[in-house]
Ligand binder design. Structure first.
Ligand SMILES: *[C@@H]1O[C@H](CO)[C@@H](O)[C@H](O)[C@H]1NC(C)=O
Ligand SMILES: *[C@@H]1O[C@H](CO)[C@@H](O)[C@H](O)[C@H]1NC(C)=O
Ligand SMILES: *[C@@H]1O[C@H](CO)[C@@H](O)[C@H](O)[C@H]1NC(C)=O
Length: 458
């Protein structure tokens, strides 16, 4: 009898010990697995970034596989300033953590501003993180000013919504908002004489037969910061503004990393002075735009079924799907690890993009809760993610120029909405060429997806 229980007991102990060992082995296995995954993630980031860094337009077909999401990593991007600041902001508006904060309608500017300031004090080791930028003057400069947005306007177009503000009965179809600098007088002049002409623009046929005829009112404004070029140039700019009424200049230094301010302040100006505009084109002053086609293309958008529902999300251009931050120090787009980590959201290349006025208003609103990012088109993408909208790629936006040998074809410029990059002299010539071939090329369709595209080497 005694022996019977004793046998059971030893069997029990025997089983238990092996169970416990198996369990420990299992835990150990899981730990090793997580550790390896974490390592792997880090090494892919390091190894792949120089190769895959994004020049705009590189992966526009949408099939590029983004980096693995690091859901198992608890310490996600905690040593990058922007990620940390934004995490604090996003937490505040997280519908699960803080369901009451979602009702943002009643918020005003100053309350958003204090939230952003709050984020800076939430990040406790900010000073330490900043130290890593000691040898990177551009990013250091950006970080020390990234809380500021209140730059006043120095020059504003008189009479409201830029050049071409006349006919108030009809809502303007398109506002051309062109990023320029004080020095680029020639570019502005070329644009004024050519694709940037204001007034009523007749649309040219686009893809569908009979679609997009008619026309719409086009207006124009140039967006400038304050170059340090001195008194002479600013006087000239003042005169230019009086003459053309299309200059909108703010009092911040016109540097590449300050371009994001042009988006934020432009949206704010637009919501005050240009409320009714249906579409906005925002682009550089060294692009060529086929405005008649653009007008037709936009009229087509308005005619789509359900347009009244989808237009609030409408943005199209040369879309980059899973861009990685550029880690090449010499590059203009260089963003150090200490500032931002992770994949960029889907965004439309800043060379030229068109979106609806309705979307611009939503972007203005959401931009209050997104910390400034030094690269303007990526910043717009970050705002888009937070309103759950996506830019749509259109192959007629050639931010990387024509594929080899296609530019020479007679109707080539009738197949595009935009091409980068063209000098003022080229712009004038191309406009003349566009006008001359209008009759012959009237029915040429816009470039479509699937046509051979010139993918630049990454
Ligand atoms: C998209 O681009 C990737 C990478 O450049 C390529 O491998 C893939 O075949 C492309 N897909 C399509 C549908 O063109
Ligand atoms: C709006 O701003 C003022 C300060 O200018 C503040 O006192 C008020 O609480 C804010 N309103 C809301 C709804 O946050
Ligand atoms: C942006 O503009 C402000 C105001 O002029 C200036 O102080 C700052 O240095 C600029 N930022 C960058 C990154 O150039």
């Amino acid at each position: 009898m005694a022996c019977f229980t004793c046998r059971w007991r030893s069997l029990f102990i025997y089983l238990c010990t092996s169970c416990i060992s198996l369990f420990l082995l299992f835990v150990y296995g899981i730990m090793v697995f997580c550790f390896v995954l974490n390592k792997l993630e880090r090494s892919t980031v390091v190894a792949s970034s120089p190769v895959r860094f994004v020049a705009p337009g590189t992966f526009s077909n949408g099939s590029f596989n983004p980096l693995p999401e690091t859901f198992w990593s608890l310490r996600r991007h905690e040593d990058a300033i922007w990620n940390r600041l934004q995490l604090s902001m996003d937490r505040h508006f997280n519908p699960i953590l803080r369901p009451r904060n979602i009702k943002t309608g009643s918020r005003n500017r100053s309350s958003y501003e204090s939230l952003r300031t709050q984020a800076f004090s939430d990040v406790t080791d900010l000073a330490k993180m900043r130290k890593s930028f000691d040898r990177l003057p551009r990013i250091r400069e950006f970080v020390s000013h990234m809380h500021r947005r209140d730059y006043p306007a120095l020059i504003q177009p008189v009479g409201g919504c830029g050049a071409g503000t006349t006919d108030e009965r009809e809502a303007p179809l398109l506002l051309l908002a062109i990023k320029s600098t004080e020095m680029n007088f020639k570019n502005r002049q070329a644009i004024r004489q050519t694709w940037g002409q204001v007034g009523r623009v007749a649309g040219q046929w686009s893809n569908r037969k009979g679609g997009g005829r008619g026309g719409g009112h086009v207006r124009r404004v140039f967006l400038l910061g304050n170059g340090d070029a001195g008194v002479r140039l600013s006087e000239a700019l003042q005169m230019e503004s009086e003459r053309h009424g299309d200059v909108l200049q703010w009092d911040f230094r016109d540097t590449f990393f300050n371009l994001t301010m042009k988006d934020v302040l432009f949206w704010s100006w637009l919501s005050r002075s240009c409320k009714r505009t249906l579409f906005v084109f925002k682009g550089d002053d060294d692009v060529f735009v086929n405005t008649p086609r653009m007008v037709a293309f936009l009229l087509d958008q308005l005619k789509k079924p359900q347009a009244h529902k989808t237009i609030g999300d409408f943005m199209t251009g040369d879309v980059i799907t899973a861009g990685l931050a550029n880690r090449v120090r010499r590059s203009k787009y260089f963003i150090p690890y200490g500032f931002y980590q992770g994949v960029y959201p889907m965004y439309a290349g800043g060379g030229g993009v068109v979106y609806s006025g309705l979307l611009a208003r939503r972007l203005l609103h959401v931009s209050e809760r997104v910390h400034l990012f030094p690269i303007d088109d990526v910043y717009v993408g970050m705002c888009m993610v937070r309103i759950n909208a996506r830019p749509v790629h259109h192959p007629a936006f050639l931010t990387f120029d024509f594929p080899h040998g296609e530019e020479e074809k007679r109707c080539s410029y009738h197949t595009i909405l935009l091409v980068h990059k063209r000098s003022p002299a080229q712009i004038v010539k191309l406009w003349a060429r566009l006008k001359m071939s209008q009759a012959q090329c009237r029915d040429t369709p816009l470039r479509r997806a699937g046509e051979k595209e010139n993918k630049p080497e990454p």
